[in-house]
Design a protein around this ligand. Structure first.
Ligand SMILES: [Zn+2]
Length: 344
């Protein structure tokens, strides 16, 4: 999951007006239903705009054709679910004490709100039996348990008694799920490491409230289902190959082979090494960009790698240290720009 500012993709006014009209209609329907004592006479809500073909191109563009939750690229292989972050019809509450789940009314007044709509892959959005990743079961798929996971109508709150029943009451809620557009701090909530084989965990350095939200989001969006973890791990293996190559190039830069004798030869040799390092760094920058799959994981493991590369070699020449610091700064600058620019 990456933070994506909604402001980077505004909707045309005429589309916004149509969406607001549908929300207003649903509020009016709810008022009429409340005044009607006979449930058989109640009107159904109108939920059309969220699935409008007019809307999807804007969601695709905003999230670069990726699932807003798991960062898988859906655009080339699967239809997208237009997902209501706050469920439109009903919410399934799963009490933390393990007692039986129950249903409460949904957020019909937000069914066509741009801010409440996200593009999601089927595995994140739908509640289905899926296999959760377990390191001890790798290579033994017959032992793996399948669990009912995926978001669907799951929308937990820190305090269930503050659940909104009417429009605008949602402003008093404290949602536990992280929102890719609204929660700027979400990139500090999740932790990936090269050694974790593609698993994600709440970041132990985050404040407890944010860790709790990360935990709810990992469960709610099924972010550790085995197929997704394997896909992230494949991506990590590619990154590790690039790390290995960069390490080798950094060694050669610091200690040119003995056949390189004169200062001029050393300078020429190092220029060639720098060119190769620059190419590898360009690939790492691309992998970290918000438009690429699993980019938050890439950002974190690339930053960890570069910090380690620097820390593991304190005795290197000052020039090498400067060079590595520059590379690290470049990655951090890429992080700071995330969400607003493409790397051309
Ligand atoms: Zn997904």
């Amino acid at each position: 999951m990456r933070h994506v500012p909604r402001s980077s993709q505004p909707l045309p006014d005429d589309l916004l007006e149509k969406m607001q009209a549908e929300n207003d209609e649903n509020i009016a329907i709810a008022e009429r239903n409340r005044a009607e004592p006979d449930p058989k006479q109640h009107e159904d809500h109108v939920f059309k705009m969220y699935s409008s073909a007019l809307l999807k191109p804007f969601l695709n563009k905003l999230f670069h054709g990726k699932c807003a939750y798991c960062e898988s690229l859906y655009i080339s292989t699967m239809p997208v679910d237009v997902e209501h972050w706050r469920p439109k019809s009903e919410v399934v509450v799963e009490p933390e004490d393990g007692s039986k789940s129950f249903k409460v009314g949904g957020y019909y007044w937000l069914a066509a709100s741009w801010d409440n709509l996200l593009p999601s892959c089927i595995d994140c959005n739908r509640r289905r039996y899926q296999q959760e990743y377990a390191p001890e079961l790798v290579g033994r798929p017959e032992k793996a348990q399948r669990s009912l996971i995926g978001k669907k109508n799951y929308f937990p709150l820190a305090d269930e008694t503050r659940r909104a029943k009417l429009p605008r009451e949602e402003l008093n809620e404290e949602p536990l799920l992280l929102h890719p557009c609204n929660d700027v701090e979400l990139e500090q909530a999740f932790q990936y490491e090269a050694a974790m084989a593609g698993m994600v965990i709440p970041d132990s350095r985050a404040v407890p409230a944010l860790q709790r939200r990360a935990e709810a989001s990992i469960y709610g969006y099924a972010l550790n289902r085995s197929g997704l973890v394997y896909a992230r791990n494949e991506f990590l293996l590619d990154l590790r190959e690039r790390f290995h190559l960069l390490e080798r190039l950094a060694e050669l830069w610091a200690r040119p082979p003995s056949r390189v004798n004169t200062e001029l030869e050393k300078q020429q040799f190092r220029l060639q090494i720098e060119e190769l390092m620059d190419r590898e760094m360009q690939e790492l920058r691309r992998a970290c960009h918000v438009s690429r799959p699993y980019s938050l994981m890439a950002q974190q493991v690339v930053s960890q790698f570069l910090a380690r590369l620097f820390a593991d070699n304190p005795d290197d020449a000052a020039e090498v240290a400067t060079r590595r610091t520059a590379i690290l700064d470049e990655i951090r600058a890429t992080e700071a720009r995330s969400g607003s620019r493409r790397i051309d």
